[in-house]
Design a protein around this ligand. Structure first.
Ligand code: ZN
Length: 462
């Protein structure tokens, strides 16, 4: 059997988002195998936009002769897609979309002219597209689920759909409030900014999802331990074992099951309807009823009520954000003769990890722990947030070392942009404490700290 001899990992600069191109190099006749994991952005890399042409590889400069800085956010994504086309020699073998948040899939969106980044990726004709089971068009009648759970699954998947419309309404409302403040000569607030960001990040991304479902020869909708996904990956990647560690199905995880209790589901559906009515067509439904002049003696009350309302919206939208993150596909590649291990957990948070780390059958769990202890590269979960790198996980990595010259020192990579996701110590992404730990105990590559178009690292697998 043919084994890959090395891996080149390219981490593209996409601002707040993820985009990784893994190229496994094989001896001929196998050649290179290319895997694209996620391609999305919710806040463009502003500094880079002005510097882009200087950072561009020569091939791309030839392809875009008239290109001048600064380029737009969508142009930036097109450039990333073109570079992926160049680096992969016009052919992708596997595309993975870990979950449906915009910062992971917006690059897959197409346009009718065929010029969008998603059209460029589509032309690379991937053999296999990997998506979480929650995207399965028949998720509501999944034959693998026991009959008693079909209803639960349907409720869960439809609550995910309801979240998208709720997020859409939140984003519109935050934008409206920011505009109102601007008209009154006031600056936006951190709460409003993060509401707008999280709302925008959760909208449905229909074009991207449709493209992902139809661009490949085959689609695998995966969950923890799914064999079909594992063997489909193995057929394309000889000498590499791919362990699928998440997301768990509802049967597998009580932790996720609690998030879709009947009450919750109804609540989100109601909230989505109410919120979209509230901002119908971007207009207030009862505009005439809006109080334009608040009597001075009542200002203290309205200010407090406004703040409370924003805080409630923030709390709701964070719950949505967490739930969607927990549908992330978690992949662990074990590659080459050296059996080096590369961990890509998307934005999985503790609830998603829970099954693999503590709820799976003991034998499986012990095997997983053993694999994780040996991880060589960790793609930092959820752009460096608080609960995407559980301490139990970080504590498992045995190749952590403060010695920069250590033989097999852990490598980590984080794709992030600060000041976007949250401002308080509890919500800030990336987490300063985590970034410090990563810097101290691993070889860290951080897109936030770099002006490069992409970061590159190589791993010997022999
Ligand atoms: Zn993300």
């Amino acid at each position: 059997m043919s084994n890959p001899t090395s891996l080149t990992l390219r981490t593209y600069q996409v601002g707040f988002g993820d985009c990784f191109l893994l190229t496994f190099h094989y001896p001929s006749p196998t050649g290179d195998r290319h895997i694209l994991i996620d391609f999305g952005s919710t806040r463009a890399p502003n500094k880079l936009l002005a510097k882009l042409p200087a950072a561009l590889p020569k091939q791309l400069k030839k392809q875009f002769p008239g290109l001048k800085a600064p380029v737009s956010a969508s142009k930036h994504m097109e450039l990333v897609a073109e570079d992926i086309a160049v680096q992969s020699g016009g052919k992708l073998h596997v595309v993975v979309a870990t979950h449906r948040h915009k910062d992971h899939i917006s690059g897959f969106a197409t346009n009718t002219e065929g010029t969008a980044s998603g059209n460029i990726i589509r032309r690379l004709k991937p053999d296999l597209v990997v998506l979480p089971w929650t995207e399965h068009p028949k998720a509501k009648t999944d034959a693998e689920e026991a009959p008693s759970t079909i209803e639960n699954t349907r409720a869960f998947v439809s609550s995910l759909a309801a979240m998208n419309s709720f997020a859409d309404a939140i984003e519109k409302e935050a934008t409206r409030l920011i505009k109102l403040r601007a008209e009154a000569g006031r600056k936006s607030t951190p709460t409003l900014n993060s509401l707008q960001f999280m709302g925008e990040n959760s909208i449905a991304n229909k074009s991207a999802i449709k493209n992902l479902m139809t661009m490949g020869r085959k689609v695998a909708y995966v969950n923890f331990g799914s064999r079909e996904g594992k063997s489909a990956l193995h057929a394309l990647l000889p000498g590499i074992t791919t362990h699928i560690l998440g997301p768990p199905t509802l049967v597998q995880s009580e932790a996720i099951r609690t998030q879709r209790s009947r009450d919750n589901d109804e609540f989100w559906t109601l909230a989505a309807t109410a919120a979209s009515r509230f901002v119908a067509g971007g207009e207030l439904l009862f505009r005439d009823a809006e109080v334009s002049e608040i009597p001075p003696h009542a200002v203290w009350l309205t200010t407090r009520m406004d703040r409370m309302r924003l805080q409630s919206m923030s709390a709701l939208v964070r719950v949505l954000d967490d739930a969607m993150n927990n549908t992330s596909v978690i992949l662990l590649f074990e590659a080459g003769k050296a059996r080096k291990k590369f961990l890509f957990p998307g934005d999985a948070q503790i609830e998603n990890w829970l099954y693999a780390l503590s709820a799976a059958p003991v034998k499986e769990r012990n095997q997983i722990r053993k694999l994780l202890m040996d991880v060589d590269l960790y793609k930092v979960g959820h752009h460096g947030s608080l609960n995407a790198t559980p301490k139990t996980l970080w504590g498992l990595f045995e190749h952590r070392s403060s010695d920069v010259h250590a033989g097999r020192r852990l490598s980590t990579v984080v794709s992030t942009k600060s000041g976007v996701h949250g401002r308080t110590e509890a919500t800030r992404v990336p987490r300063t404490k985590l970034i410090n730990a990563l810097r101290h105990d691993s070889n860290l590559q951080n897109t936030n700290a770099s002006q490069q178009f992409f970061l590159e690292s190589k791993f010997d697998l022999q």
